[in-house]
Design a binder for this molecule. Structure first.
Ligand code: 6PG
Length: 247
């Protein structure tokens, strides 16, 4: 008897010619993980990545080609991180995902766990921690990668990198002179699956450092993403992979 169970702990690096092919691959993986999670547990929880890269993936998932592939009523949404701005700010990760995915799919607000940026950052993080604890390990965490090898809002040399207990923190980022709100390594590494989406030549140095460089997590925070038992998949476009050693 074949027992459908956990995807074994594997690390996959998928290189695609361009952003369209990256998104098609990523959408297929998201759908597959969601269907397995809903089949096994009757639900699917996903932490969305912020920034600009994932917008086109979210638009694709909300398109007629994909929207009917999942029972979205069984999906609970989180955000890997958030800027310390109102939800209607053009910098808000919530706003970006709401415009490209959540509203087009008609997702009920009760299924969307927004960081409450109207609160003081520390209080917003504490409130988010409770939501994450109530949910338990996420089924999927989507992540981006900055040119400085940050991911979520885990920036180089910031205190959130050293947080071992909490699942969500406010993280002062000196170079931006502002707090960011972010899931910690502890929260992300508990996930059943973690997927990086990385596109663009400007990410090529960070990709090479994270995937092939010496382990220096304080300098290259994305190196700290090591799922405890889940899988880790990198979906990268050709330009972003251009400094990787030929495999
Ligand atoms: C954010 C993201 C951040 C992002 C990277 C890549 O709040 O900005 O969480 O980690 O994923 O900075 O951003 P781009 O996709 O815009 O290059």
């Amino acid at each position: 008897m074949v027992v459908r169970g956990r995807i074994p702990k594997v690390r996959k690096i998928l290189i695609r010619n361009n952003v369209d092919e990256l998104n098609t691959t990523a959408a297929g993986l998201v759908i597959a993980i969601a269907l397995e999670s809903i089949e096994l547990r009757g639900k699917f929880s996903i932490a969305l990545a912020g920034g600009s890269t994932p917008r086109s993936l979210y638009t694709l998932l909300a398109s007629d080609n994909y929207r009917k592939k999942i029972d979205w009523s069984k999906v609970t949404f989180f955000f890997g991180d958030e800027r310390n701005v109102p939800p209607d700010s053009d910098e808000s990760n919530f706003r970006m995902a709401n415009e490209s995915l959540l509203s087009p799919l008609g997702i009920r607000s009760t299924k969307v766990n927004r960081w409450k940026t109207e609160l003081e950052p520390v209080n917003a993080a504490a409130e988010y921690e409770v939501k994450l604890e109530e949910n338990g390990p996420l089924d999927l965490v989507l992540l981006g990668l900055g040119p400085d090898a940050h991911t979520a809002s885990l920036f180089p040399h910031t205190h959130a990198l050293r947080e071992k207990e909490k699942l969500a923190v406010a993280n002062w980022v000196e170079k931006f002179q502002t707090n960011r709100l972010t899931m910690t390594y502890t929260a992300i590494n508990q996930a059943r699956d973690v997927m990086f989406l990385v596109a663009g030549q400007e990410k090529s140095d960070a990709i090479a450092a994270v995937l092939e460089g010496k382990t220096r997590v304080e300098e290259f925070p994305a190196q700290g993403i090591k799922p405890t038992s889940g899988s880790l998949t990198w979906v990268i476009d050709e330009p972003a992979s251009s400094k990787l050693k030929p495999s």
